[in-house]
Structure formats: structure tokens, C-alpha cells
Design a protein around this ligand. Structure first.
Ligand SMILES: NC(=O)c1ccc[n+]([C@@H]2O[C@H](COP(=O)([O-])OP(=O)(O)OC[C@H]3O[C@@H](n4cnc5c(N)ncnc54)[C@H](OP(=O)(O)O)[C@@H]3O)[C@@H](O)[C@H]2O)c1
Length: 288
């Protein structure tokens, strides 16, 4: 979608509540909180509660992160109607290998303490398990236990395999995505199939990307931080984003992306920063 059209979707008043409509009609916030590497349920509950108080409406967790209980406590205690919140969790690879996807979902749902999950993802494309695991997600979806189902770390080859036997097209593909890893062919593939892209490690885990000179210049031109420029670039380019922070100041900073727009020239400058550089595992070659 052209940047100009998308930026019109984010009036200042809507901000953190701005949603994209997924391919099954479910509305997902463009912006949310990731909770990978937030240790412990008590700590996680505190961070998620802070984020929700600040206006965040979407939280991304996973069975692997070991903090679903904390997420659930914060969500249940937020004083915000459940239907205004969006909770994502994921089935871990071991449970795909043992064909225990439905059981794993029930365990996640119980830890969260929620009647339903908004988005449930296959965390990684486990060879030989894609079709059966996806069919388990379709069953959960049919039963109304999840509002939307999707995948994570799926490359075109994995999506081809999944779609060959699928009744439901994944609503979302959550992938590592930031200015140094833009995966254009995969992004084009997902857009063509109606699969919403979601960026994990959008800030590349807070590393050297945040010192990039081109991004620093764009940030200075807007009186914004590099993190804000990157997160704005995500949503303006049609990519859902879920930065993680445990720091109140950064939770607020990261959410401050709805009161400015990047110009077409700035979007082009950022597009040129792609260098196919990963911080995490390669979905075609991982061993966990
Ligand atoms: N599906 C998958 O395989 C997968 C893989 C990885 C991540 N994820 C999801 O994506 C979410 C985000 O990715 P991520 O946590 O890996 O990395 P990230 O959001 O790119 O970066 C988080 C790191 O950056 C720091 N940070 C946050 N805001 C900042 C700011 N404004 N300025 C400077 N530093 C800042 C954080 O430190 P502080 O906390 O100290 O602020 C933290 O160390 C995860 O939490 C998880 O939900 C999914």
C-alpha cells in the first residue's frame, strides 16, 4: 500500500488503537508489546500492566517465553474490555514434533487464563510437521478458541507447503524484519496471498541499527528517535510491529509514532538500507 494511503489510517486520536483488518475480518493493532526475554511472571505482569496503562492494546508472547501467566494476569486485571485487547501466543517446536499442538494450545490458554486467544502461531516451520500442525490450528480456529491463526518464520517454500493442504490461509506471518533485513521477496509473497506481515526484533534488539547514520539523520529531521523512525517505517509500510521494552520511558517512546509521517524520500532511503542481515536464526537453517 502506498505510504500516503497508510498514513491516513493513523489519525492522532486513534494511535495505539489503530488496527489492520486481517484476511478473516479480525482486527489486529498495528502496534503492540513483545515480551520475549522478560523474565518471570511477576516482572512480565508489571511491564504489561504499564504498557496497557499507557494505551498499548496488543501483547505478543509464546509458550517458549515462559511468561504467559504474567501476560494473562495483566490482561485480566487491566480494566479494559477483553475484546479491546489482542493477545498472541505461539506453539513451541517440541510440541509440533510430538503432534501435541492442541494440547499445547490448551496449556497456553490455561496459563493465560483467557477464554480465547486472538492470534495463535506456529513458532517455526518444523520440517515434516507443517501440514499436520496447521490442521490442528484450523481445528482450534473452527472451535472458536482462537480468533485468527498464523505462522512465524515461514519462508515462501514453507508457505507453499502449508497452502497446498490448507483450508485457512494464515492471517499473519511474524518474521524478523527491520531496515537491515527487509526480505522483499517474502514480503511480496505474503502481500500477494493476503498474509499480514508482522515484524519481530523490529529494533534488531537495540543494537548497532539504532546508530545507523541515515536513520539518525531522519530522526533528527523529525525531532524523533531512531527507534521511533523504525517503528513508524514499519506501520507506514504496512507491517505490524511489536517492540519489546521493560523501561517505562522506552515503552512511551516506542508508542510515540502516530504523530508524524515519513516522506516518500525517507521511505526510499530506508528501503536502501537492506543488507539481508539477521540477528536471529535463519528459517531455512535452524536446529532447535
Ligand atoms: N517469532 C519469533 O521467532 C520471535 C523472535 C524474536 C522476537 N519475537 C517477538 O518480537 C518481539 C520484539 O523483538 P525483540 O524483543 O527480539 O527485540 P526488539 O524489540 O527489536 O528490541 C528489544 C531490545 O531493544 C531495547 N529497546 C527497546 N526500545 C528501545 C528504544 N526505544 N531505544 C533503545 N533500545 C530499546 C530493549 O531493551 P529494554 O527492555 O531495556 O528497553 C531490548 O533490549 C519479542 O519481544 C517477541 O515478542 C518473536
Amino acid at each position: 500500500m502506498p505510504a500516503a494511503t497508510l498514513s491516513g489510517l493513523f489519525p492522532r486520536t486513534e494511535g495505539l488503537r489503530a488496527t489492520v483488518t486481517l484476511n478473516n475480518g479480525v482486527r489486529m493493532p498495528w502496534f503492540g508489546l513483545g515480551v520475549f526475554q522478560i523474565a518471570g511472571d511477576t516482572n512480565t505482569e508489571m511491564v504489561v500492566r504499564m504498557a496497557l496503562e499507557h494505551g498499548y492494546r496488543s501483547v505478543d508472547t509464546a509458550a517458549l517465553y515462559g511468561n504467559e501467566r504474567g501476560v494473562g494476569r495483566a490482561v485480566r486485571g487491566a480494566g479494559v474490555p477483553r475484546e479491546q485487547l489482542f493477545v498472541t501466543t505461539k506453539v513451541w517446536n517440541d510440541d509440533m514434533r510430538r503432534d501435541r499442538v492442541e494440547l499445547a494450545f490448551d496449556q497456553s490458554r490455561r496459563r493465560l487464563g483467557l477464554d480465547y486467544v486472538d492470534l495463535f502461531l506456529l513458532h517455526w516451520p518444523i520440517a515434516g510437521k507443517i501440514t499436520a500442525s496447521w490442521q490442528a490450528l484450523e481445528k482450534l480456529h473452527r472451535a472458536g478458541k482462537v480468533k485468527a491463526i498464523g505462522v512465524s518464520n515461514f519462508m515462501p517454500k514453507h508457505l507453499d507447503e502449508l497452502l497446498a493442504a490448507a483450508e485457512v490461509v494464515p492471517a499473519v506471518n511474524q518474521i524478523e524484519f527491520h531496515p537491515y533485513l527487509q526480505s522483499k521477496a517474502l514480503a511480496d509473497y505474503c502481500r500477494a496471498k493476503g498474509i499480514q506481515l508482522e515484524a519481530w526484533s523490529p529494533l534488531m534488539q537495540g543494537g548497532a541499527l539504532l546508530q545507523d547514520p541515515a536513520l539518525t539523520a531522519i530522526a533528527a529531521a523529525h525531532g524523533k528517535t531512531v527507534a521511533q523512525v523504525i517503528l513508524r517505517w514499519d506501520i507506514q509500510g504496512g507491517v505490524v510491529t511489536i517492540p519489546k521494552s521493560v523501561q517505562p520511558r522506552r515503552l512511551a517512546e516506542n508508542a510515540g509514532i502516530f504523530d508524524f509521517s515519513l516522506t516518500d524520500a525517507e521511505m526510499t532511503t530506508i528501503a536502501a538500507l537492506d543488507r539481508n542481515q539477521r540477528s536471529g536464526a535463519d528459517p531455512y537453517h535452524f536446529n532447535f
